[in-house]
Design a protein around this ligand. Structure first.
Ligand code: PAF
Length: 282
């Protein structure tokens, strides 16, 4: 595996593979890699000739009062994981490589970025879409892999790829969970042992919604009530939202008469966690 920090060097390293007609798989990350990232990397490894992983904690997707400084970073561990998973190129740009002085152009995502996480984190999707577009332009991937845990981010990236005619296949990958259902996430490292235990409430609430839906309940208000009751029973958890939306457009719905998704976000102490579950249509 080669580690590269300059965008020009990365481009130069990918160019011969592209010219030889090889496929490039790309997994963009903010590091603190876990089993969820490893599953994306493994899939990308099997589906492409050359595999590029980026680790870049993107300041543009954090608001001024958010946890940029606290966001977990562990480059030696990330490097070891990438070596183990047979990554070809590990791209570790510095902030000045991605946002040089004078940088002044951002992607403005539309409706997919409104509400849900976009309501409390107004910079999130503008920053994430901008860096993903920049990374795509540097890496020229054939396929790029994103976790379904960040469901709204995936919707924003898909919409951007369609709207801006990006020549890349966006590959969604299932959420990887721990034994108690907690979705793998980098921020989990910030939880205290008690907080870690409490964090299972997100997936418990989503499971309750999925179970109620599977038993025939279609009213979104009734499904939300069941989920909120589970969340309310965990005093350490402060809910931000629990919503059930159209699975494709993320538009609000009143009845589950089409494929839907239940999405939850909230805090344990100062650690923000999100999760979601698909609700199939019967
Ligand atoms: O999901 C993430 O880790 C980030 O939002 C991404 C896609 C790497 C952009 O910074």
């Amino acid at each position: 595996m080669e580690t590269i920090s300059s965008p020009a060097d990365l481009r130069g390293r990918v160019r011969p593979a592209l010219q030889a007609g090889k496929t490039i798989g790309f997994v963009p990350t903010m590091g603190a890699l876990h089993e969820g990232h490893a599953s994306l990397i493994r899939r990308a490894r099997t589906e492409n000739d050359l595999l590029v992983v980026s680790v870049f904690v993107n300041p543009a997707q954090f608001g001024p009062t958010e946890d940029l400084d606290r966001y977990p970073r562990d480059v030696p561990r990330d490097t070891a994981l990438c070596e183990r998973e047979k990554v070809d190129l590990l791209f570790l740009p510095r902030v000045a490589d991605i946002y040089p002085p004078g940088f002044d152009t951002f992607v403005a995502p539309g409706r997919a970025a409104e509400g849900l996480c976009g309501a409390s984190r107004p910079d999130l999707f503008r920053g994430a879409a901008t860096v993903v577009l920049k990374l795509f332009n540097i890496v020229s991937p054939t396929r790029a892999y994103f976790g379904e845990k960040d469901y709204q981010q995936l919707a924003v990236i898909r919409q951007m790829a369609t709207d801006l005619d990006l020549d890349v296949e966006i590959v969604p990958c299932p959420t990887v969970r721990e034994a108690d259902g907690l979705a793998m996430s980098s921020r989990k490292a910030l939880l205290s042992p008690g907080g870690r235990e409490a964090a299972a409430v997100l997936s418990r609430a989503l499971r309750e919604i999925a179970r109620t839906r599977a038993n025939g309940e279609r009213r979104v208000s009734a499904l939300r009530e069941r989920g909120l009751a589970v969340l309310g029973a965990e005093p350490a958890f402060t809910p931000e939202y629990l919503e059930i939306r159209d699975a494709g457009t993320l538009d609000p719905i009143e009845t589950c008469d089409r494929p839907a998704v239940a999405l939850v976000a909230g805090r344990i102490g100062s650690v923000r966690l999100i999760d979601n579950v698909r609700l199939p249509c019967d």
